[in-house]
Design a protein around this ligand. Structure first.
Ligand code: NAP
Length: 214
């Protein structure tokens, strides 16, 4: 599969690298220096390139949107027409100093994004996990017990594709339902952030749901 990365920072850089190592074609885009994008593509060691957001979007089967909330309009305008594309978003609707959500309860960042790009298939995924744990989860992917990762969306094909990529990274995908459930997953991501960054054991944290009584 060909995956365009829109925002090649902590999340986009690491997830793009893992997608490439898992055998996908990846195009890194949208960082403040071209050298960084070049380096990411080189070090991913798979079928990875770099380009503009428009080049990343062209021919992509899926896009990963991984920018700060304040950069969404900018990166989308650089990416051009995304009609029909599956857009996975890990972007949280954080305020400028990253202390709180600017959209919550009655909507979510993922729903607002879907309104902004209505002809696309938006899936909220990878937003509830700190970037610091991603490589460790990928390294542990063959272990019997995988960490969970919630995702949600309204488009069946988009969600199937998302579930496959979530598995490729080493998580057990948990379908949380339609896109409006991002109203719950986005605040949950802040809880994970609190535990990861304010806890005493460091940010390499993932979570796992277990069902009892079956
Ligand atoms: N980090 C996490 O653990 C985590 C976890 C869950 C969800 N999220 C969410 O995921 C999204 C991405 O987070 P992140 O931590 O990956 O952010 P990040 O490291 O800041 O990455 C954002 C990317 O956007 C690029 N960028 C910013 N301003 C730009 C500009 N003016 N022109 C071109 N490129 C620009 C950055 O360039 P540079 O590479 O040059 O800085 C970087 O590549 C956010 O919405 C965040 O809330 C993050």
């Amino acid at each position: 599969m060909r995956i365009g990365i829109l925002g090649s920072g902590l999340m986009g850089g690491k997830l793009g690298t893992i997608f490439a190592r898992a055998g996908h074609e990846v195009v890194f885009s949208y960082a403040r220096s071209e050298e960084k994008l070049e380096r990411l593509a080189r070090e991913a060691k798979g079928k990875a390139w770099h380009g503009t957001p428009r080049e990343a979007a062209q021919e992509a089967d899926a896009l990963l949107l991984a920018v700060h909330w304040s950069r969404i309009n900018d990166v989308l305008s650089e990416a051009g027409d995304l009609s029909g594309k599956v857009v996975l978003t890990c972007s949280l609707p954080m305020n400028d100093d990253d202390t709180g959500l600017v959209v919550a309860q009655t909507s979510s960042g993922a729903e607002e994004l879907a309104k902004r790009i209505p002809k696309t298939r938006v899936v909220a995924a990878f937003n509830t996990v700190p970037s610091e744990v991603l490589f460790a989860v990928y390294e542990a992917r063959r272990k019997a017990s995988r960490p969970s990762l919630v995702y949600c969306g309204d488009d069946r094909r988009g969600k199937e594709l998302a579930a496959g990529l979530i598995r490729d990274v080493g998580f057990d995908p948990v379908d949380a339902g339609p896109l409006r459930i991002a109203r719950y997953t986005e605040p949950f991501a802040l809880l994970i952030g609190q535990l990861a960054y304010e806890g005493e054991e460091g940010p390499e944290l993932a979570y796992r749901f277990e069902r009892f009584g079956k």
